[in-house]
Structures are given as structure tokens and as C-alpha cells.
Design a protein around this ligand. Sequence first.
Ligand code: PLP
Length: 386
Amino acid sequence: MTRTYKHLETKVIHAGEPDPLIHGSVSMPIFQSAMFESRGQASYHDIKYIRLNNMPNHVALHQKLAALENAEAALVTASGMAAISTTLLTLLVPGDHLLAQACLYGGTYDFFAKDLSALGVSLDFIDGNNPDSWKEKLTPNTKLIYVETMTNPLLQVADLRATVEFARAHGLVSVIDNTFASPVNFRPPEWGFDLSLHSGTKYLNGHSDIVAGAVIGRADLIERITHKLNHLGGSLDPHACFLLHRGLKTLAIRVKCQNENGLRIAQFLETHPAVEVIHYPGLESHPGHRRAREMFDGFSGMLSFEPKDGVEGAERFVRKVRLPIVAPSLGGVETLITRPATTSHAGLSPQERQTLGITDSLIRVSVGIEAVEELMEDFDHGLQLS
Ligand code: PLP
């Protein structure tokens, strides 16, 4: 019998764990075996083999992740992009049309605009804040609507309720990239989304030492996506499964600390004389604050800001701070900073960046779990002229 648990803090520890424990092992053992003895499986997809996403380390993770978002099912993948590409390649065929929020993660944008369009799937972007404008973009072939919980790097929060309502009204599959929020702060299936995607590389694992992904949601869709992944081959290997499993055990405690540190740093930067603008959905001044407060249990450790003296100030800050590591990822226990104009959004033209509101002086911060007083001291030092 599968046990159920009430709270996310309990689920990260106990949900999906083998019962009884394997040889009493408190930690999930790594099943480092490519294939398993045949037991007369009738279907190809049931043969036990790592690429078929069904060995014990996969199964434990699938159950844990589904429990974390109160979903019917889950699937782990070899990267966040494997989760995104396999999901979209399962749900869309040539001739289909897709609606996607403007300002997506760069890899997702490229996959939609270049790879999917080369396969004959057409695409229109929508303004996440303006649901009234979405209907005019619908075509008879529109099959799917795609949003992110908080956009990168400006932390915009789309009208997520309207997204689900719109999808239901027009028979679309609703898909959300929930990487920035993590299941601690937002659980899309609870709000009616069909599928929630994650780069497990970020908050889910939390230790910046693996690349992984996850698809969480409706069981009928997860089964189809699993069969597609079985063919495409983007399966998570057992050792990465083990690290993700271990990382997940501290997800709740890490993200709660990052929520607190993120809010404290955002408040500190908001009143700092050397800061021009700050983007953090936990601040009342953020345009998406009311929506975020209503739907999210926390605002994450992600924020972005611009120093007052432009690119020079941004370069000085990045050079002077001692604790943050300059690296273009997020969600780890260490504080990371990056300048989107020179990294994640360098592929866009200056004009495109300007239209999206991404200035050359914008600094994105993924706040870690260090002592927040020490981080603030360091940020203050980075913002001083001398
Ligand atoms: N989704 C978001 C929001 C991301 O930020 C990223 C990576 O930065 C991805 C998906 C892709 O994840 P991965 O690098 O694990 O493939």
C-alpha cells in the first residue's frame, strides 16, 4: 500500500521511499545496472532498462515528485531541456500551433522558434499580463499554451489562473515551467495546470552538481511523454538519480531559507541609494505582487536589479562582491550572480532586449543559503564607488 503524507516537508523525506526499505538501507541505494533480469514483461515499455525510465531509482523519484506537487504522476529526465523538448514533441505534430508567453528561458525560446518551427509547428507569443489579447492569436490548430511561473530575468508573474481557464475553454493542454518557484512555493497541478516542468538542475537538486529535469502532472500525458522519452533517450542515469533524490530531501528547508534571504536582500536593495530598480515579486512595488501573494507560498531566492550608474556600476558590483559566484545558473545553495545581457540573453539583439526590458546593467541574483547579514554587507560593499 502506498502511504500518503500531508505536508511537503514530510513528503520530501518519506514519499516514494521503498517500503520496506531495501536491506534496511535508510538511503535509497543506487541501482547501477543498465538492464534487469527479464520477468516475462509483455510490453517493450515495461522491460527494465535505464533508458526506459523504469528502474528503481527512477520509480522512487517519480513517486516523490508527484507527491510534492499533489499530481497524479511524474517523470525524471536527463535535463530540464529534455523535459521541455520531450513534452512538446509528444504533444505537438506538424501543422499544430502553440501559444507561448513572451520572454521565456533562452533555451526554450530557441527550441520553440527554431526546432519546433523547423518541424512545422507554428508559434505565437502572448502577453502573460493581458489575457484579453490571447483569443485573437488562437487558430483552429492551436493545441497548447506554455508559460513560466516567474520569468527570467525580470521575475514577471503571468495571469496563471487565466492561463488554466483559457486552456480549458479552448481545449488546449496547459504547460508551465515551474523551475523558479519549485514545488515549495507553487504547485501547478493544484491550480489546474495539466503539466509542470522543471529544470531539476536548479532548486530540486539544489547543489549545482548535476543536470536533470522533471515532468509532473496528468497520468495519461505522463505515460505518453514517457513512451516518447523511451525513444528519444534523454533518461536520467542512476547516479544522477541518487544525487537528485538526496538533494530533494532538503528542498523544503533550502527553499524556505532562500525565500527569507531573497526577501531580505530585495528589501535591502529597494532602499539602497545606489540601486535604480529592483525586480522581486515579494516586494509590494512589483507589478505582479498581488498575484504572487495570492498563489505562491514564497517568492523564491531569484531577483534582479540595476545599479544607478548603469553598466559601469554593474561591472563594478560583479568585480567587487566576494561571496556570490559569477555563474549563469540558479537554485543552488550558494549565491550566484549573472548579467543576462552578456550571458542568458546575449543571443538577443540590443533592440529585442530593450523591448523586453532587459537592460545592459541588469544583474540577476540567485540567493543562496549563506548568512543573509553577510550577503547584505557584501552587496553593500559591491555597490560602493570606492
Ligand atoms: N527552464 C528554466 C526556467 C531554466 O532556467 C533552465 C536553465 O537555465 C531550463 C529550463 C533548462 O534546464 P537544463 O539546463 O537543466 O536543461
